[in-house]
Design a binder for this molecule. Structure first.
Ligand code: FES
Length: 356
């Protein structure tokens, strides 16, 4: 049986699993501790110090995201010292960037904004000094505004630990520190593959979905969980819909497998085909080569396909027909397709676009 670690948090006797952090134990027991740099799926680095708590007999406040539980520990999460430290951190972050919420795409779901409100900070006691970086806007998918970056490093760890693309890291030092690809390159001129994991984990408006800019506020959109149609993996995604149009896509973190919240470039940024005016929604037939394609019903299209296949098989034999299936189908659909080719048409000439 698993050995439990008894401790006290805010006067409540709780039990943690060995190796858990104070933060994890608090969350398991419904006790809120604010965080910024912490991200469940990556290592804890203790960079932001927003999650500080008091631990009895400790010399100073400790970062709960990095502090392992120990038997008999007495933790306090809401003392004056804790709140003062959290306010100081948040005010420093606020004043060192250009957090203009009025037009920021993250307005309403920005974790920094939420903590400012939660800590009841009217305005920072320090002068706001944004670094004045140019906004990176030279690709079609991701906008980066490093003036809103709080250097939490979530994007760096997501890029390196989740996607293992190893594109992002910190460069420079002190107030000049920044995050980005090697040699301070823009995403488009780096080895970035535009998976968008950095965008998904960014707690502020530093990395945003370019196609979603000015397309809708978070509270105006309906979140719909669905399965990505690009391949047979079946990644779970949330599409954000406003007025019947998909505004942006995010990996679904709650459902778990198969993608555990991550997406590839196609799943995250390639969904505009759904509402594209050129999208084919009805079958088209060209009955002879001099004729234009004409829209027909599905019944008519299937009858046409069946007649053609039957007559080719009759005149030239089953092996004169080949079938190419799609990676966008499910395994079951691909199974049925090869069965159809072998059992109905009578040929082994069947392949799949994923092999090409
Ligand atoms: Fe613990 Fe940032 S969340 S130090």
């Amino acid at each position: 049986m698993e050995k439990k670690v008894p401790l006290t948090i805010d006067g409540k006797n709780v039990e943690a699993s060995a190796g858990q952090t104070v933060l994890e134990c608090a969350r398991d027991n419904g006790i809120f501790i604010p965080t910024l740099c912490h991200y469940d799926k990556t290592t804890n680095v203790g960079a932001c110090r927003v999650c500080v708590v008091e631990v009895e007999n400790a010399r100073s406040l400790v970062a709960s995201c990095c502090m392992p539980v120990s038997p008999g520990m007495v933790v306090r999460t809401d003392t004056e010292a804790v709140r003062n430290a959290q306010k100081m951190v948040i005010e420093l972050l606020w004043s060192s960037g250009d957090h203009n919420c009025l037009t920021c795409e993250q307005n309403g779901q920005c974790e920094l904004q939420n903590l400012i409100y939660w800590l009841k900070i009217e305005k920072p006691r320090f002068e706001i000094e944004a670094p004045g970086y140019a906004i990176e806007n030279n690709n079609t998918m991701i906008q980066r505004d490093l003036n809103k970056c709080i250097l939490c490093g979530r994007c760096v760890r997501a890029c390196n630990e989740i996607q293992v693309n190893e594109v992002l890291d910190f460069s420079m030092r002190g107030s000049y520190a920044k995050v980005g690809p090697a040699f301070d390159a823009d995403y488009i001129n780096s080895s970035c593959v535009f998976c968008g994991e950095c965008l998904q984990v960014c707690p502020t408006g530093a990395i945003t979905f370019k196609q979603a800019k000015f397309a809708g506020r978070p509270w105006e959109m309906e979140k719909v969980r669905t399965t990505c149609t690009y391949c047979g993996v079946g990644c779970q995604m949330d599409v954000f819909v406003k007025d019947g149009q998909i505004v942006k896509v995010s990996g679904n973190r709650d459902y778990g497998k198969p993608n555990d919240g991550s997406l590839c470039v196609k799943g995250r940024f390639g969904m505009d085909f759904i509402q594209h005016p050129d999208r084919l929604k009805k079958p088209l037939i060209r009955r002879n080569k001099n004729e234009d394609l004409k829209e027909v019903s599905w019944k008519e299209a299937y009858a046409f396909i069946s007649d053609k296949l039957s007559s080719i098989k009759k005149t030239s034999g089953a092996d004169s027909i080949a079938g190419l299936s799609s990676a966008r189908c499910t395994n079951e659909e691909n199974y049925l397709f090869q069965k159809f080719m072998r059992a109905v048409i009578g040929t082994n000439n069947v392949d799949h676009c994923a092999r090409l």
